[in-house]
Design a protein around this ligand. Structure first.
Ligand code: FES
Length: 107
């Protein structure tokens, strides 16, 4: 089955994620983190680096798609972030590991 999907993927020029539609047989999460000026000043780039590091540590790189976005319209709060269409309101440099555990690892 996997080889057939890989062949069809090559013929069609579509990624395996597109072919499977769910990150290669596993549920793919979509995480968007704001890197606009305000969030950048709050450390969003460090948060992204730490999340990528945590994903590597837990061998979950293929399960989470991280996208950077510019101003998500809530600059006065913590770092803007959305996972699978749901707002994350408590993301900071200090809370990144707690948020990672709650939103990704324990799901
Ligand atoms: S800069 Fe991130 S929400 Fe505005």
């Amino acid at each position: 089955m996997k080889e057939t999907v890989q062949r069809v993927s090559m013929v069609r020029g579509q990624s395996l994620c597109f072919m499977y539609g769910d990150g290669g047989g596993q549920e793919m999460k979509n995480l968007t983190i704001c890197v606009g000026t305000s969030c950048h000043l709050k450390g969003s780039h460090h948060v992204i680096d730490r999340i990528e590091q945590l994903l590597q540590e837990h061998d979950m790189e293929e399960q989470v798609n991280i996208t950077a976005a510019f101003c998500m319209g809530r600059c006065k709060g913590n770092i803007g972030a959305v996972i699978d269409g749901r707002d994350i309101l408590d993301l900071t440099e200090e809370s990144v590991e707690t948020v990672f555990r709650r939103e990704i690892l324990d799901q």
